[in-house]
Design a protein around this ligand. Structure first.
Ligand code: HEC
Ligand code: HEC
Ligand code: HEC
Ligand code: HEC
Ligand code: HEC
Length: 182
């Protein structure tokens, strides 16, 4: 009888305490998501209708095609990387015939760029990846995209600075701007 009473009293208190702890933990560890772009420019017409959804679904990792190890920018995949699969997969389709023609040439496929920070702003992927920021946090839900568009506002100063504040990264002007000139 008395034990039943205590259980009745303690159970809700315990539940409140546990949810409180969980909330606090989530608040401390959640990576801030970069806000969606409110008026994204239309997706550019690309030389080939490349779909991230199709390729992520068959198990290709972001790092298979994009690398931050050379230079300041992420790389785009070599056409030879595409041909490892497409020498056989869907080889007769017009889009893949066109891909094979690009592969015979010496020029890279002229992909139209989607995300661009203003020239002169200091930006590289490396410190962000080292700090554990995920691709999708800045670029949106890429594994669901059939056409790549500027889904988030990551190239704007507000998005950079908001995340830097939340993640305790530097927000001094000279972190991202070289002026005042020395
Ligand atoms: C099979 C190769 C391949 C894989 C795997 C791949 N990508 Fe791509 N990615 C491309 C190609 C090709 C382009 C250029 C065409 C386009 O924009 O759709 C591109 C473009 C992009 C762009 C736009 C770059 C710009 O500003 O122009 C982003 C962002 C991107 N990829 C992110 C990702 C992420 C995140 C993943 C993993 C979830 C991923 N990609 C996986 C091949 C790949
Ligand atoms: C890991 C293997 C793999 C790699 C690497 C790969 N693809 Fe694909 N790709 C596929 C598969 C699987 C499909 C779906 C084929 C189907 O619809 O049956 C596909 C579909 C396509 C299509 C659509 C074909 C059509 O008209 O239906 C295009 C275009 C394409 N890939 C371009 C590329 C380009 C460009 C690259 C390099 C940046 C690339 N692929 C790299 C496996 C790959
Ligand atoms: C902290 C935010 C952030 C993260 C995390 C991030 N990106 Fe980016 N990404 C950007 C910005 C900003 C640009 C535009 C840079 C520019 O103008 O050159 C960009 C550009 C790109 C480009 C175009 C080439 C270039 O470097 O300009 C590709 C491809 C790309 N990102 C892929 C990825 C992939 C794959 C990942 C995960 C491995 C990733 N990004 C993680 C913000 C991010
Ligand atoms: C989603 C979060 C996020 C976004 C968005 C983001 N950053 Fe960062 N940034 C970080 C973190 C975390 C670090 C690493 C801080 C550290 O290592 O102490 C960093 C580091 C940097 C550094 C290196 C700073 C240094 O002292 O070495 C530069 C430069 C930078 N960011 C510029 C930018 C610019 C420009 C943008 C927008 C185009 C941007 N960042 C967007 C989280 C973000
Ligand atoms: C974390 C990175 C970051 C920090 C810190 C930062 N900015 Fe920016 N700033 C940017 C980016 C990215 C752009 C380009 C925005 C765009 O393309 O719309 C920009 C653009 C600007 C512009 C307009 C474009 C230009 O170059 O004339 C001004 C002015 C500016 N910033 C001033 C400042 C001042 C002042 C500070 C310090 C109080 C500061 N910024 C700190 C990232 C940053």
């Amino acid at each position: 009888m008395r034990r039943g009473f205590f259980v009745l009293l303690l159970a809700p208190l315990l539940a409140l305490f546990v949810t409180g702890v969980l909330r606090a933990q989530q608040g401390a560890t959640a990576t801030p998501e970069v806000p969606r772009h409110l008026a994204p420019p239309p997706a550019p017409v690309q030389p080939l209708p490349f779909s991230h959804r199709t390729h992520v679904k068959v198990g290709a990792q972001c790092q298979t095609c994009h690398s931050a190890t050379t230079g300041a920018q992420m790389t785009f995949p070599e056409t030879a990387t595409c041909m490892k699969c497409h020498r056989t997969i869907a080889a007769n389709r017009p889009t893949i015939v066109k891909l094979a023609e690009f592969a015979k040439g010496t020029q890279p496929i002229p992909w139209v760029r989607v995300f661009r920070v203003l020239p002169g702003v200091t930006w590289t992927h490396r410190p962000h990846l080292q700090a554990g920021v995920r691709c999708e946090t800045c670029h949106g839900n890429v594994p669901e995209m059939d056409t790549m568009s500027m889904a988030t506002s990551v190239t704007g100063m507000a998005a950079c600075v908001t995340c830097h504040q939340e993640r305790k990264a530097s927000t001094s002007c000279t972190t991202c701007h070289v002026w005042p000139a020395t």
